[in-house]
Design a protein around this ligand. Structure first.
Ligand SMILES: [Fe+2]
Ligand SMILES: [Fe+2]
Length: 153
């Protein structure tokens, strides 16, 4: 089994513990949607598609497990490290890249490393394009416009 598939199996198990069916469905749609978007963006920019996609699968897991978005990027990075240490799917350098992307993913108004930026952009693509009838959040507008230009969409 590929390691992205193995990580998804683990994440599926965690999400299946969520009691509320609507919240669980939204969580699944979001993590898989951001993971897919991260693969596309990383491919376009010549970056590691597997690592960015793995980061996306874990990026909001802390919020889903606890029901709180308070500092969920920072807390989620710690949780991701625990999971990756346990699953032994990544080496230390890869774990650091994944945890950094998760740690910074809520900082949509600033620019971080190229790998961090893939996760932020994938998150914004999913927030903005999952339902085009929804209004784009103010803090995501500039990033979304930049992505529309980059991808010609
Ligand atoms: Fe998030
Ligand atoms: Fe997210």
């Amino acid at each position: 089994m590929g390691r992205l598939k193995e990580l998804r199996k683990y994440v599926d198990g965690e999400l299946n513990r969520m009691d509320d069916a609507d919240e669980r469905n939204s969580a699944i749609a979001h993590l898989y949607g951001v993971s897919f978007a991260a693969t596309m963006i990383a491919r376009k920019r010549g970056l590691d598609t597997e690592i960015t996609s793995m980061a996306a699968m874990l990026h909001d897991l802390h919020a889903y497990k606890t029901g709180s978005y308070d500092e969920h990027g920072h807390k989620g990075a710690k949780l991701a490290r625990e999971i990756l240490d346990e699953l032994k799917l990544t080496d230390e350098a890869e774990t650091k890249l994944i945890c950094s992307a998760i740690y910074h993913h809520s900082d949509k108004l600033i620019t971080d490393t190229s790998m961090d930026e893939v996760l932020k952009d994938a998150d914004v693509i999913h927030h903005c394009m999952y339902d085009l009838s929804k209004t784009v959040k103010e803090k995501e507008q500039a990033r979304f416009e930049k992505l529309r230009t980059e991808f010609g969409i």
